[in-house]
Design a protein around this ligand. Structure first.
Ligand code: KIV
Length: 278
């Protein structure tokens, strides 16, 4: 009777590693969140999240530790397998725990069960310098790597706390060089955490791989937040300035995640108030 002439929405393609690079080339923002179980993973996937990270933040938000250091490879494999059962389209990234990639041999032994049993499509590891060898070793053996620079929480003992990185010119120059070095070693994605917004923008412009920011301003290729932060569950800690409680805006868990995806895609989150100056 009444034909609906509007074109049906194109089905969302599964997010693959090459697709992330295409999204950068097309100027499409990558919306990413952490998850630790199948139920939330299903909700994130249905809301249009592009990439889900099983972060070692699980040590703090799930296990109740004061840092990410106690998390084990087996913890990550278990939670990655749980999350994988809830995903259909989103790319699954597993976080490599403290010292589980200190040498290339250790890195491949840790990463393999994350892909084979956890069904991740990528692993994430923190740092550059001596760890470039591990990135190269994994990438050359077809294990996609997401690097992580800036505030690297596994370095909390050396850094003396969770602080913005790259504010002084020497530190900014080191970060610029490290970003190129992880790309050259074969990383396909780069998380930039707590760095001045202008520096993150510069690194994003400079690289052909996508950057995902958290406390790194509005000009990265994508954004990530810890799920618990987005839902306003801050477990008694002071809320960092880059966090926004989307539950207040979305009205429900599904609504909050959809509001986050929409805000990232439309470049409405983060804004200048969520970033740091040099
Ligand atoms: O462990 C984690 O959740 C992370 C994100 C904050 C990027 O590394």
């Amino acid at each position: 009777m009444y034909a609906d002439n509007s074109a049906p929405a194109a089905p969302r393609p599964a997010v693959t590693v090459p697709r992330l690079r295409q999204m950068k080339a097309d100027g499409e923002r990558i919306a990413s969140l952490t998850a630790y179980d199948a139920g939330f993973a299903r909700t994130l996937d249905a809301a249009g999240i592009d990439a889900v990270l099983v972060g070692d933040s699980l040590g703090m938000v799930v296990q109740g530790h004061g840092s990410t250091l106690p998390v084990t490879v087996e913890d990550i494999v278990y939670h990655t397998a749980c999350v994988s059962r809830g995903l259909r389209k989103a790319l699954l990234i597993a976080d490599m725990p403290f010292q589980s990639y200190a040498t290339p041999e250790h890195a491949i032994a840790s990463a393999t069960p994350m892909l084979a049993r956890g069904r991740a499509s990528m692993v994430k590891l923190e740092g550059a310098g001596p760890l470039l060898e591990s990135i190269r070793f994994l990438a050359e053996r077809d294990i996609p790597v997401c690097a992580h620079l800036g505030l690297t929480p596994q370095s909390v003992l050396r850094l003396g706390g969770y602080k913005v990185q790259g504010r002084e010119e020497a530190a900014a120059a080191r970060l610029r060089a490290d970003a190129r070095a992880v790309r050259d070693a074969g990383a396909d994605l780069l998380v930039l955490e707590c760095v001045p917004s202008a520096l993150a923008a510069e690194i994003t412009q400079d690289l052909d791989i996508p950057t995902i920011g958290i406390g790194a301003g509005a000009d990265c290729d994508g954004q990530i937040l810890v799920l618990h932060d987005l839902l306003g569950l801050n477990s008694g800690h002071r809320r960092p300035r880059f966090v926004k409680d989307f539950l207040a805006e979305g009205g429900s868990i599904e609504g909050a995640i959809k509001a986050y995806v929409r805000a990232v895609k439309n470049r409405e989150f983060p804004t200048a108030e969520h970033g740091y100056e040099a």
